[in-house]
Design a protein around this ligand. Structure first.
Ligand code: DLL
Length: 432
């Protein structure tokens, strides 16, 4: 049920004491070893010795992805390369990639935190864990791999791609847990049905999905199709990779591993903390990392902290599933729209397939959204009237959910690109 109960169920006062001690030692280490932080603190006249409480953290400057890029590749490492045993890089979807490093100790702690994620999602040493995240510079494959080995599970290092082979292995090796992005899980489910395999003949019980935003409706769909219990887990390479926060089997928010990470939620415009429980940008400070500590890293991910305690017994605070990234947020006629909101609506409309793409264009001075959605074959080819009705339903539901009108274009089933990793939901044509 727990991997490290003594931490995961810690008394909150003890936790805060531990966080403060770890924060102080992280600050003195970056001050000593990373010229970038030393300079920044000096410029702002901050003496890290005067940071005496967790609230004092607010006096420190933020670190951004641009800071990481400006120091490419090793400029923010806090140890000499000789002590670094692993290097990863971010996927670089929003620009040049950023490089991160790990000491032997970092890898040990990382594996432990991922073992927590797996345990919280129902996986034990008796499971056969199929890891279908990409192995390589991306932290997903190796991160989950080391965590699953640490747990003592039998690990199948599949990596992503070659979907029919994934499914053959899943059958033959009797995989009980599947680990990948939610969009890839959906593609696998689809492929299993296409291959005519009886889902009940598989041994799958759990799915741990992450690395991209997904909706509650998509969770339900994956759970129904694969007949598993699916949990969400969150992380980012700049902070560590997977293992930062994850759901327990309550499936109602992700516990932040607070003994290793300090989370704040800020208003991305004013940069001030939001009142407890309000939506804002997640900012993370690492408390134990040796090679690549980050101070107040702006994740650009939007979420809110859940203040109620969790019935699972863990005392670590939960955050709601990530709503989306600030860079993915579309502003149409002054209204903020996230792809995940569109997804929630589409999953509830009968006759649509769970695949969509959002095209954003400029029409005159205004941004305009067209949602491409796959519809079932008979509706696409045979029944014009039904097709028009369906479009009408989607448009009106999107209109009432989002508060703006969007165009909806039906496309034939299986024509939108499928994803084996992170799905690209938004095609932004505004700057082309
Ligand atoms: O995606 C690390 C990871 C791997 C997490 C495997 C979970 C499982 P990056 O490639 O650096 O690292 O991308 C990090 O992905 O800032 C979020 O925008 C997004 N993201 C990650 N997990 C989730 C999630 C990995 N569960 C970026 N829900 C983050 C929504 C997520 N978005």
């Amino acid at each position: 049920m727990y991997w490290e109960k003594e931490f995961e169920c810690m008394d909150r006062d003890d936790l805060e004491q531990l966080q403060l001690e770890r924060l102080e030692s992280t600050l003195s280490r970056v001050q000593l070893n990373v010229p970038f932080y030393r300079r920044k603190f000096d410029e702002l006249g901050i003496d890290t010795d005067t940071i005496r409480s967790l609230e004092d953290l607010r006096r420190l400057p933020f670190t951004t992805k641009d800071d990481l890029r400006d120091n490419y590749p090793y400029g923010l490492f806090a140890v000499p390369l000789r002590e670094v045993v692993r290097v990863h890089a971010s996927s670089g979807t929003t620009g040049m990639s950023t490089v991160v490093g790990y000491t032997q100790n970092d890898i040990r702690k990382w594996s432990n935190l991922v073992a927590r994620v797996l345990t919280a999602g129902g996986v034990t040493k008796d499971d056969v864990v199929q890891i279908s995240f990409g192995y390589g510079l991306f932290t997903g494959g190796f991160g989950l791999h080391y965590g699953a080995e640490r747990l003592g599970a039998s690990v199948i290092p599949m990596s992503s791609g070659n979907t029919s082979r994934q499914i053959k292995i899943m059958q033959d090796f009797k995989s009980t847990a599947l680990i990948c992005t939610p969009s890839y899980a959906l593609l696998m489910a689809e492929t299993i049905y296409e291959m005519g395999i009886n889902i009940n003949s598989l041994s799958l019980k759990y799915g741990l999905f992450g690395a991209e935003p997904w909706s509650e409706e998509m969770r339900k769909d994956i759970q129904d199709k694969l007949k598993i219990k699916a949990t969400d887990n969150y992380g980012l390479s700049e902070v560590m990779g997977p293992g930062v926060a994850s759901e327990c089997l309550e499936q109602n928010g992700l516990h932040m591993n607070e003994d290793h990470f300090l989370a704040e939620i800020i208003n991305p415009d004013t940069l001030e903390p939001v009142p407890p429980g309000e939506l804002g940008e997640l900012v993370i400070t690492t408390l134990t990392k040796e090679a690549f500590p980050v101070i107040r890293f702006r994740t650009r991910d939007l979420t809110r902290l859940i203040t109620e305690p969790c019935p699972c017994g863990r005392t670590f605070r939960k955050m709601e599933r990530i709503r989306g990234r600030t860079d993915d947020m579309l502003i149409v006629k002054g209204v903020n729209v996230f792809p995940s909101q569109i997804e929630s609506v589409l999953f509830n409309v009968e006759g649509t397939e769970p695949h969509y793409q959002i095209i954003v264009e400029k029409k005159g001075a205004l941004d305009h959204i067209t949602v491409l959605v796959e519809v079932s074959e008979e509706i696409f080819f045979d029944e014009m009237k039904k097709q028009n009705e369906l479009i009408g339903v989607i448009k009106s539901r999107l209109g009432s959910e989002l508060g703006i009108s969007v165009d909806v274009k039906p496309v034939e089933a299986k024509t939108l690109e499928r994803s084996e990793g992170k799905a690209q939901r938004v095609i932004d044509k505004r700057n082309i």
